[in-house]
Every structure is written in C-alpha cells, then in structure tokens.
Write a protein that binds this ligand. Structure first.
Ligand code: G
Ligand code: G
Ligand code: MN
Ligand code: NA
Length: 254
C-alpha cells in the first residue's frame, strides 16, 4: 500500500516535525504552555497537516512509533526552552485511543521524562471523550499512574464526543478543552455561547481548569474572559509555529 510505504519512509527520513501553539492564561495574558501539533514536511508537497495523515498512521499502527517520537521530541523541546531561560512551559501532547492502549505506555513516558529531565507536571496528555468512555479497567489504572506522577490530563474536543459526563467524576482529570466548534460562533450563536458557558461552569464546579480552543477574535476572547474561562489558544494569539518562534515570544521588547 503506497501511502503506508510513504509514511514509513517519512519516519526513516525524519520528515515529521512538530509545531507548537501557545496556550495563554486569560487573566494575566501570559503564555503558560503550548500544544505540540504534528506536521509532515513532505519533500514535494510541503507541510502536510495531520488531518491528512494521522488517520493513516492510526490504520497502520504507525501512530505507535510516531507517537513515541512526538512525546520524546516534545519533552526534549520543553527541556531545551527551559535551558534557554524561558519560564517553565506546560507541554500538551495529543494521544489517540490506540496510543493510550499501547503496552508499556507509562514505562515509555517515565523513560522519556527521565531522559529529558523535565518535571512530570509540565507534561499534559490530551485525551478524547471517546477514549475515556471505553472505560476498561486499565483506563483507571493508567490515569492513576499519570496522577501519581503529576502528569496532567486534558480532555480534547470536549463536548463533541459523548453525552455522558460520568467519566468526569470517575477519572482524575485536570483540564477541559472547549472544542473550537463551540467557540467559532460564540458571539453570534446563543446555543454555542450557552454550551461554552456551561462547560466553564462545569469546570469550575468540578475544580477543573478550562481552556478554549480556536479563539480567532478579540470579541471571542473578551466573551471568554467575562465568563472566567481560564486559558485559551487560537489564531488570535498565534497559529501553531516552529519552536524558534516560541522563543521569540519571550524575548525582551526592544
Ligand atoms: O494541527 P491540526 O489542527 O491540523 O491538527 C488536527 C488534528 O490532528 C488535531 O485534532 C490533533 O488532535 C491531531 N494531532 C495533531 N498532532 C498529533 C499527534 O502528535 N498525535 C496524535 N495522535 N494526533 C495529533
Ligand atoms: O488536537 P486538536 O484537534 O484540538 O487540534 C487543534 C487544531 O486546531 C490544530 O490543527 C490547529 O491547527 C487548529 N487550530 C488552532 N487554533 C485555531 C484557530 O484559531 N482557528 C482554527 N480554525 N483552527 C485552529
Ligand atoms: Mn489537541
Ligand atoms: Na481539540
């Protein structure tokens, strides 16, 4: 299968690369973390977005080795920024269901944390509702192991997966990510606004931090600020960028 071969070669030729999108504390305006986002730097096609190849990595199980590369690279980057004198930045990494269920996930993460020397508290794993709804017994076990290390867990695309909220009380979770589909029309669509406000309120009641994704305008940001949403990410502050551009955010103004 041609695409599988191409993806294997991409791995060998080190054509995968990570972009980072800043996550900003709404109250202080400070960048407090980044989300690592995979890109394929294709020799002919240029930068290919993950929507076009992550599903294929999943089908071929290549997401396991590529996902390990993502974790190691993201944690090494986190360390490099610290060594360069940046404030400690939380590093959020997307983990698919298949990656979450891989054998020895926790051991792999432990060795990457040890290797890179970053605090486990700076690593955040973004999981989906679908994964948490599968609720096999080892979901609790694995999440408990994250918790005991201080590794944080965020629920990605919150509100788009399943209607059951029971997993929120069953599992140790740190953060909800309001899906960008609710943020896009938050100013003009009262249903989207109501959903976002409800998620923020749910987070507050359960002691979870809430981050809004896909914030593109000042109006959206101000709405979220008034509603006391904790953090945001989106084009309004920055697109996902290569690591050098994250460093520039912290250079003293001239
Ligand atoms: O960067 P972009 O918005 O195009 O990402 C699209 C989707 O691809 C995101 O929803 C994200 O969850 C997924 N994705 C991006 N990087 C990774 C990664 O490193 N691992 C996994 N499993 N998914 C990723
Ligand atoms: O992991 P997740 O599926 O949530 O990935 C987030 C995706 O959303 C990334 O692919 C990123 O490029 C994209 N994204 C980030 N900020 C914005 C934004 O402000 N607007 C839009 N339309 N997309 C965004
Ligand atoms: Mn994500
Ligand atoms: Na998301």
């Amino acid at each position: 299968f041609a695409m599988e071969g191409a993806l294997r070669r991409a791995m060998e030729r080190e054509e995968f690369t990570l972009y980072y999108q800043p996550q900003v504390d709404i109250k202080s305006g400070q960048v407090i973390g980044v989300e690592a986002l995979l890109r394929w730097n294709h020799p002919e096609r240029g930068l290919v977005p993950p929507g076009e190849f992550v599903p294929l990595l999943e089908e071929n199980n290549l997401i396991i080795p590529v996902g390990e590369w993502v974790l190691r690279t993201a944690c090494a980057q986190c360390r490099a920024w610290q060594d360069a004198g940046l404030p400690p930045l939380r590093m959020a990494v997307n983990l698919s269901a298949r990656q979450f269920r891989q054998e020895n996930l926790v051991e792999m993460i432990d060795s990457i944390l040890l290797e890179t020397g970053i605090s486990p508290k700076l690593l955040e794993l973004e999981l989906t509702e679908g994964l948490l709804m599968e609720n096999t017994s080892d979901t609790s076990l694995i999440l408990g192991q994250f918790k005991s290390r201080g590794v944080q867990v965020a629920i990605d695309d919150f509100g788009t997966g399943y209607s059951s909220l029971s997993y929120l009380k069953r599992f140790p979770i740190d953060r909800l990510k309001i899906d960008q589909s609710f943020v896009r029309d938050i100013i003009i669509d009262s249903n989207d606004a109501a959903i976002a406000v409800a998620v923020i309120s749910l987070g507050r009641s359960l002691g979870l931090s809430v981050i809004a994704e896909g914030v593109e305008t000042l109006d959206q940001l101000e709405f979220l600020g008034v509603q006391k949403c904790d953090e945001y990410q989106g084009y309004h502050f920055s697109r996902p960028v290569p690591p050098e551009e994250i460093v520039c955010l912290f250079k003293p103004e001239k």
